[in-house]
Ligand binder design. Structure first.
Ligand code: SF4
Ligand code: MG
Length: 336
């Protein structure tokens, strides 16, 4: 069937302006050629270290940030060329839940007013009374009570505030929600409750998610498929089970080795990632992961890896899996 969302070669580059005349000194390629599909009812997890462009990607899809190029199709409709009023309509179908609910909630508005504003903007409910009924229902859906309606964001805990953020997102009956690190600001004890709420709402409301996180165990919990992001690109995309069973990209392998196993008998070989995430304003040449990759060869320093389709539902961007460079990797491994 047709994907709900199709993203093709999406790029969001920010100009670096320096000096007296603010002349353009190049670009930060925050999102640098991302393609994927999301099917109705699935959760696509996006994982990567902070600064890899995950949030910029999420916002670019919704055009909260304008992408530089590429296409985004929602139910076959091109999003990147919509005008303001068309875009407002689209936001009824595509919502975002932010990492920091406090920053995204107006501190001067009560919960009731915040939700009423969302409903009014999207012309849901004929009058204030109807909207109030909807708001009471929304609060119940996210595990809050009708008595919370007149309270202000600062009167709530972090977890409760995220519930308000989620209520605001589902208020307008979206079909897809982009969740941008929705639990990373919360206590670990609260994280599971919020993740369960996402799962519950997905089932009852038939939602589709793009779930962004830096924490692989969070993404593992909620996703059907996972895209691994590094410096503005998806370097591996696979079904969750396949990805965890057999991670192909050296970066995915390194990320996974850092996830502690719950089974104390399972001894993991820890792969230590050398160095920090490179400066996205001056990314390494060739494969952007090469300075940190334990398998890097000369070719990795100069040639950008192609996206290799390793199976119908799986792709990886690494020369090791490219027929063209197979010899480079196998010959040297024999020598080692
Ligand atoms: Fe490592 Fe080379 Fe693969 Fe990049 S292309 S991940 S440097 S082996
Ligand atoms: Mg972020």
């Amino acid at each position: 069937s047709e994907p709900l969302l199709q993203v093709d070669d999406l790029k969001t580059h920010f100009p670096i302006r320096k000096g007296l005349f603010k002349r353009n000194q190049g670009f930060v390629k925050a999102v640098d050629g991302i393609s994927f599909q999301v099917h109705r009812g699935e959760t696509l997890g996006i994982v990567g270290e902070s600064g890899c462009g995950k949030s910029t990607m999420g916002r670019s899809i919704l055009r909260l940030i304008e992408p530089s190029s590429g296409t985004v199709q929602f139910e076959g409709q091109e999003v990147t060329t919509l005008n303001r009023s068309q875009l407002r309509k689209l936001r009824g179908d595509m919502q975002i839940v932010f990492q920091d609910p406090y920053a995204s909630l107006n501190p001067k508005m009560t919960v009731g007013a915040i939700l009423d504003e969302a409903l009014s903007t999207h012309q849901i409910g004929n009058n204030a009374k109807q909207r109030k009924e909807l708001i009471v229902d929304l609060l119940a859906r996210v595990g809050l009570s009708p008595s919370h309606i007149g309270r202000y964001p600062h009167e709530f805990s972090g977890g409760q505030r995220q519930r308000i953020g989620i209520a605001r997102a589902i208020a307008v009956n979206p079909s897809i929600i982009i969740a941008d690190e929705p639990v990373s600001a919360l206590d670990v004890s609260v994280q599971a409750q919020i993740l369960n709420l996402f799962e519950e709402l997905k089932a009852t409301l038939g939602l589709t998610y793009i779930f962004i996180a830096h924490d692989l165990s969070v993404v593992k919990h909620v996703s059907d498929r996972i895209g691994v992001m590094y410096l503005g690109r998806i370097v591996e995309l696979a079904d969750k089970k396949e990805l965890f069973k057999n991670p192909l990209h050296p970066y995915t392998q390194a990320l996974m080795s850092a996830v502690p196993s719950l089974d104390p008998d399972v001894k993991k070989e820890w792969i230590i990632l050398k160095g920090d995430v490179p400066n996205p304003a001056a990314p390494p040449s060739g494969c952007p992961f090469h300075p940190r990759c334990q398998f890097a060869k000369d070719v990795c320093k100069s040639v950008v890896p192609k996206e290799i389709p390793v199976s119908l539902k799986r792709s990886v961007s690494c020369h090791m899996y490219d027929d063209e460079y197979k010899n480079v990797f196998s010959v040297s491994s024999v020598i080692q």
